[in-house]
Ligand binder design. Structure first.
Ligand code: M6R
Length: 367
């Protein structure tokens, strides 16, 4: 059932191109000009009445929501707040009837996420669920559902469910933007073309997996490491850090690259591995200067860079892994893949149980 792979996690990483295609299927018009989420029951008038959005989830699904915020704010110009589900209902969030609450859950059974959904509905908000399990509790109770068609995810560490959640957010962002009239047609078509290109681009990253195996093996004997990035790269850094901790048990932290010098830079000393995400054209110079700050303190830097800037980045770092060129907003769907592979190979090198890390359950159905 692992289809020739040593672990479910690796199989699921390799299933991502299919998961992307399946999640897009039937939702993008054949002429590549628009996105229609026909499964949504919310009317266009309702969409135009939304004043703010709360995205609520746990763990990796929360990290997908961080990218979702950027996608929705960029495309549909609706303000978005992100919340960890275990915090949401205890902070008395301001939920009004013009708030759309989006819950994100692979399993659809996470106790805190389900409780957040109920809290939102109790306060008169509509809830849209992004989930991978048809008929799950979250899917049954939400007012609307976007199903991610990643197929069953067995490994505790979420991979293809996360990236399919990103695809769902891109589609949702384009759907909302169409109704709200916030994007030029040419921009929409460019994003749709970019979405269609992603599966093959992921395949080309997977072909280079063995490069990451080597890096992971040299990383595996370090006690602690850092992930840095700006904008959506920071969101991806947070996901990369969680994945690494979860299955390799190596301590790591993710930082917004510009925030390091406000304290954390003190931890950078000779040989400390830093993984820097450099995919955003507008932020590229800024991130590069943060990379120079850590290099000057002796860090060993691996950059994950968009092809196009990789030559420039290479001058300032120890290693570069380059990802295919895409639009800035779509880059998380590519940039996370090398980070998934790094975690996998680090866990493997340390001899851990990759698919069933200690202390963790696939689905957290208690508070
Ligand atoms: O099923 P859910 O998406 O609601 O699960 C949320 C988290 O428990 C989950 O993403 C967790 O963080 C993963 N094991 C991370 O790989």
């Amino acid at each position: 059932e692992k289809a020739g792979f040593d672990h479910f996690m690796l199989k699921e990483i390799y299933e991502q191109p299919k998961a992307y295609r399946d999640t897009m299927l039937g939702r993008i018009a054949d002429d590549g000009k628009s996105v229609h989420l026909k499964e949504l029951s919310m009317t266009d008038d309702y969409i135009r009445s939304i004043r703010k959005i709360h995205i609520v989830a746990c763990g990796t699904a929360y990290h997908a929501g961080l990218v979702g915020k950027s996608v929705i704010e960029t495309l549909a110009r609706i303000p978005v707040e992100n919340d960890v589900a275990s915090e949401y209902r205890y902070r008395s969030p301001i939920i009004t009837p013009d708030t759309l609450v989006i819950v994100v859950s692979q399993s659809g059974e996470t106790a805190d996420t389900l409780a957040a959904l109920r809290e939102a509905q109790k306060n008169g908000a509509r809830v849209l669920a992004i989930t991978n399990v048809v008929g799950s509790s979250v899917a049954r109770e939400a007012n609307d559902v976007i199903t991610t068609w990643a197929g069953p995810e067995i490994a505790v560490a979420s991979t293809k469910a996360y990236t399919s959640q990103l695809i769902a957010f891109y589609l949702l962002g384009l759907h909302l933007a169409r109704v709200a009239g916030t994007q030029e047609q040419a921009a929409v078509e460019e994003i749709i073309a970019g979405l269609h290109a992603l599966p093959e681009q992921v395949e080309s990253i997977l072909e280079q997996a063995l490069l990451l195996k080597q890096v992971a093996e040299s990383m595996a004997h370090h006690k602690s490491l850092f992930f840095i990035g700006r904008g959506v790269d920071y969101a991806v850094a947070q996901e990369g850090s969680l994945k690494l901790k979860e299955i390799s048990y190596i301590h790591s932290e993710a930082y917004a690259a510009g925030e390091l010098k406000h304290g954390t830079l003190a931890l950078i000393e000779d040989g400390v591995p830093v993984i820097a995400l450099v995919t955003q054209e507008l932020l590229y110079e800024k991130t590069l200067s943060n990379i120079k700050e850590v290099k000057a303190r002796g860090a060993h830097v691996l950059a994950v860079a968009n092809s196009g800037f990789e030559d420039e980045v290479a001058k300032s770092v120890d290693e570069v892994f380059s990802i295919p060129k895409t639009l800035p907003i779509l880059s998380p769907a590519l940039a996370v893949v090398p980070l998934q592979l790094l975690s996998y190979y680090a866990s493997l090198a340390l001899g851990h149980d990759v698919d069933k890390p200690r202390n963790l359950a696939k689905s957290v159905t208690v508070e």
